[in-house]
Design a protein around this ligand. Structure first.
Ligand SMILES: NC(=O)C1=CN([C@@H]2O[C@H](COP(=O)(O)OP(=O)(O)OC[C@H]3O[C@@H](n4cnc5c(N)ncnc54)[C@H](OP(=O)(O)O)[C@@H]3O)[C@@H](O)[C@H]2O)C=CC1
Ligand SMILES: O=C1O[C@H](COP(=O)(O)O)[C@@H](O)[C@H](O)[C@H]1O
Length: 471
C-alpha cells in the first residue's frame, strides 16, 4: 500500500473564508477556535480574511468580541497566538443572505478580496442547520459567488433521502464535485484515522478484523452535555439524525470497509462508501429512542416534544467480512459520562479455559483527549491461584511523535489545501439515507431516561447476550 503525500505546509493562495452560521454553537466551539489554532501553527496562507455571517444585525466589532470570547471559553487562549493580527482579519456581514436579498455579504466579500488579492480562493463554510443549506447554495449562485470557490457542507447533508436528493441535485448543478467538501468531523479524529492506519499497518489488528474473530462492534458517543444553547436546532433534529445516520454511520463504515487500493483520497472514500452500500436497511424494531427527563422544560423545546435525545441501533453489515456481526451504535445527551469509543469485542476462544471473565478481550479506540488505542486482554491475575481477569494495555496517541491535529484543524487545513480524503462521499451518504428509510417511516416510541444514565433499559437489550463495553 503506497503512502499518500499529505500537504503539511500553509497553502500559498490568498483565501477569503465565509462562515455562514457564525453565531452558532459549532462556529463558537469548534470552527473559530480551529481557525485560530491554524494561525498559531502558521498553517493559514499569508493573505487571508474571514467574513462571518448570519441573519442578525451584528457588526464587525461585535464579531471580533464574539470570537475572542469563544477562544477564552474553548481555547486556544487569544494570548497564546497572534490575536491582534488574527482579529484584524475578521469582518462581519449581518442581515441574512438569500437569493432574493444579498444583504451586506457580497460587499464584505469584495472588501476582503480587495485586501488579499483578486486571485483569492473563496471558501464558503455552511455551519447552519440542514434546512438552510439549499437556500444558501442558491444565494451563492444568484450573487455570483460560486465560480471557482470551494464549499463546505456540515452534516447532516439533508434530513432524509428526498431532501438529500434535492439538495445534492442543486449542489451538482451549481458546483463541480471537486469544489464540494461534505464534512463529518468524526472522520478526522486521530483515533479514527488509526482505524485505517493501525489496522492496515499491523497484522495483529488486521488479522482479527472480521466476523471469524469479532463478536460485536460497538460505537458509543456518550455526552453529559445538554442542548440548552441550541434548542431550536436540536429539537428539530434529534439524536438519530444529529449523530447516528451521520457520525456513527461514518465510523461504522470506517470499521467495516475493505482494504482500499491505496491510501489516496479517492480510494479511501470509495472503500468507505462501498461499506455503506452493505448496510442493511435499519429495522425500526432494532432501534431504541430515548428522551432525558426534563428535556421538555428547556427554553425553545416544545412542551410535547417527541424528539429523541438518545438513540441506539443494532445495525447489520451484509458483507462477507461482517455478515452476522451486530454493529451496536449508541449516542445521547445527558448521559452518564463523556466518552467516544469504538470497540471490537473479540470472540471467546473454544476451551481449554471455560471460566472466562465477563469482560471480553477487545480492541478499543477512544477518541477523546487526543485518542487512545486499547487492547483489553484476558490474563492470569496475580497470585498463587490461576484466576483470570481482564487487563488493558493502552497507547495514548499524544505520546506519539508529531503535533496533534484536532478534527476541525485537520479538516479546515484539508479544505484549504484541497485534500478531500476525510470528507464524506455522496454515494455513501445516499446509501446512509436509504438504509434509514424504513426507520423514518415507522419511528419507535421515544422512551424516557433519567439524566446521568446510559439510557432506557431497552438499550441494554440490544447488546444481548453481551453487554455494552461502556457501562
Ligand atoms: N454544534 C456542534 O457541536 C456541531 C454541529 N454540527 C452541525 O453544524 C450545523 C449548525 O449546528 P449548530 O451550530 O450546533 O447550531 P446552532 O443552532 O447553534 O447555530 C445555527 C447557526 O445557523 C444560523 N442559522 C439558523 N437558521 C438559519 C437559516 N435558515 N439561514 C441561515 N442561517 C441560519 C444561526 O444564525 P442566526 O440564527 O443568528 O441567523 C446560527 O448561527 C448543524 O448542521 C449541525 O449538525 C456539526 C458538528 C458539531
Ligand atoms: O455533530 C455534532 O457533534 C457534537 C459532538 O462532537 P464533539 O467533537 O464536540 O465531541 C455533538 O455534541 C453535537 O450535538 C452534534 O451536532
Amino acid at each position: 500500500m503506497s503512502q499518500p503525500v499529505r500537504e503539511t505546509r500553509p497553502p500559498a493562495q490568498p483565501t477569503v473564508f465565509v462562515m455562514y452560521g457564525a453565531t452558532g454553537d459549532l462556529a463558537r466551539r469548534l470552527v473559530l477556535p480551529a481557525f485560530f489554532e491554524l494561525a498559531r501553527q502558521g498553517l493559514l496562507p499569508e493573505q487571508w480574511r474571514l467574513v462571518g455571517t448570519s441573519r442578525g444585525d451584528e457588526d464587525t466589532a461585535w464579531f471580533r468580541d464574539h470570537v475572542r470570547e469563544a477562544l477564552e471559553e474553548f481555547g486556544p487562549q487569544p494570548g497564546e497566538g497572534p490575536w491582534e493580527d488574527f482579529s484584524a482579519r475578521l469582518s462581519y456581514a449581518g442581515g441574512g443572505f438569500s437569493a432574493d436579498d444579498a444583504g451586506s455579504l457580497p460587499a464584505r466579500v469584495a472588501e476582503a478580496r480587495d485586501a488579499v488579492g483578486a486571485d483569492a480562493q473563496l471558501v464558503h463554510y455552511l455551519a447552519v442547520p440542514p434546512g438552510a443549506a439549499l437556500g444558501i447554495t442558491r444565494a451563492i449562485e444568484a450573487h455570483g459567488l460560486a465560480e471557482g470557490c470551494r464549499i463546505v457542507y456540515e452534516k447532516p447533508y439533508g434530513t432524509d433521502l428526498a431532501s438529500f436528493e434535492e439538495l445534492d441535485a442543486e449542489v451538482q448543478r451549481v458546483f463541480d464535485e471537486s469544489q464540494v467538501f461534505r464534512i463529518d468531523h468524526f472522520l478526522a479524529f486521530e483515533a479514527v484515522r488509526n482505524l485505517v492506519g493501525a489496522r492496515f499497518a499491523n497484522t495483529l489488528l488486521g488479522a482479527v478484523w472480521n466476523r471469524e474473530h469479532v463478536e460485536q462492534v460497538q460505537i458509543d458517543i456518550a455526552e453529559t452535555l445538554d442542548v440548552a444553547q441550541r434548542a431550536d436546532f436540536y429539537d428539530a433534529t434529534g439524536a438519530f439524525l444529529d449523530m447516528i445516520v451521520t457520525h456513527l454511520f461514518q465510523l461504522a463504515a470506517t470499521v467495516a470497509m475493505e482494504t482500499p487500493a491505496d491510501l489516496s483520497a479517492d480510494a479511501v472514500r470509495a472503500a468507505r462508501d462501498a461499506a455503506l452500500a452493505d448496510f442493511r436497511a435499519v429495522d425500526p424494531a432494532e432501534v431504541v429512542l430515548g428522551q432525558f427527563e426534563g428535556y421538555r422544560d428547556i427554553d425553545g423545546v416544545a412542551d410535547d416534544s417527541s424528539t429523541d435525545t438518545l438513540a441506539a441501533v443494532r445495525l447489520w453489515v451484509d458483507s462477507e467480512r461482517w455478515r452476522g456481526v451486530p454493529f451496536l451504535l449508541r449516542s445521547g445527551k445527558k448521559m452518564a459520562a463523556d466518552e467516544q469509543r469504538i470497540t471490537l469485542l473479540l470472540r471467546r476462544p473454544e476451551g481449554p479455559l471455560t471460566e472466562l471473565p465477563e469482560r471480553p478481550s477487545a480492541l478499543s479506540f477512544s477518541l477523546l483527549e487526543g485518542g487512545r488505542i486499547e487492547v483489553a486482554l484476558i490474563v492470569k491475575a496475580l497470585g498463587v491461584g490461576e484466576e483470570l481477569t481482564t487487563g488493558t494495555a493502552a497507547l495514548p496517541l499524544p505520546s506519539l511523535p508529531g503535533t496533534d491535529a484536532p478534527p476541525y484543524v485537520k479538516l479546515i487545513h484539508d479544505v484549504l489545501t484541497g485534500d478531500r480524503a476525510l470528507f464524506t462521499g455522496v454515494e455513501g451518504l445516499r446509501n446512509a439515507w436509504q438504509a434509514i428509510e424504513p426507520f423514518q417511516q415507522a419511528r419507535p416510541e421515544v422512551l424516557p431516561y433519567a439524566e446521568g444514565t446510559w439510557g432506557p433499559d431497552a438499550v441494554e437489550e440490544l447488546a444481548a447476550p453481551r453487554q455494552w463495553f461502556l457501562r
